[in-house]
Design a protein around this ligand. Structure first.
Ligand code: ZN
Length: 108
């Protein structure tokens, strides 16, 4: 019953990003671990694709949940584009819907 099965939920060439995801999942109570992290020092001998670090959850029951969290996180990241006011050239973060400088509405 208590057998633990690991499931891979994500892989990325950006290990810093994977550790970031690991922190997010663990904050939700999902235990994870990173595999293949140490292999980068051997990159000269192994094709690059095989040395990407992998993020695994320690409880297979939480695999789907973990993937949903990652999916949601990546969607939120993509919405984070800043924009420039066409009227006055002021730059704004994605959370602003109109220009605080000249009150123009954000143009899409
Ligand atoms: Zn403006």
């Amino acid at each position: 019953m208590s057998q633990i099965k690991l499931k891979q939920v994500h892989t990325s060439e950006d290990r810093v990003y994977l550790y970031h995801l690991k922190n997010i999942l663990e904050a939700q109570g999902i235990d994870c671990e990173i595999k293949n992290d140490r292999l980068s020092s051997l990159a000269g001998e192994i094709p690059m694709l095989t040395v990407w670090p992998e993020l695994w959850v320690k409880d297979a029951m939480k695999e789907k949940w973990a993937k949903e969290i990652i999916h949601e996180y990546e969607n939120n990241e993509n919405q984070g584009d800043s924009w420039t006011c066409e009227n006055c050239g002021e730059e704004h973060g994605a959370q602003f819907k109109d220009c605080w400088n000249c009150q123009s509405i954000k143009a899409f």
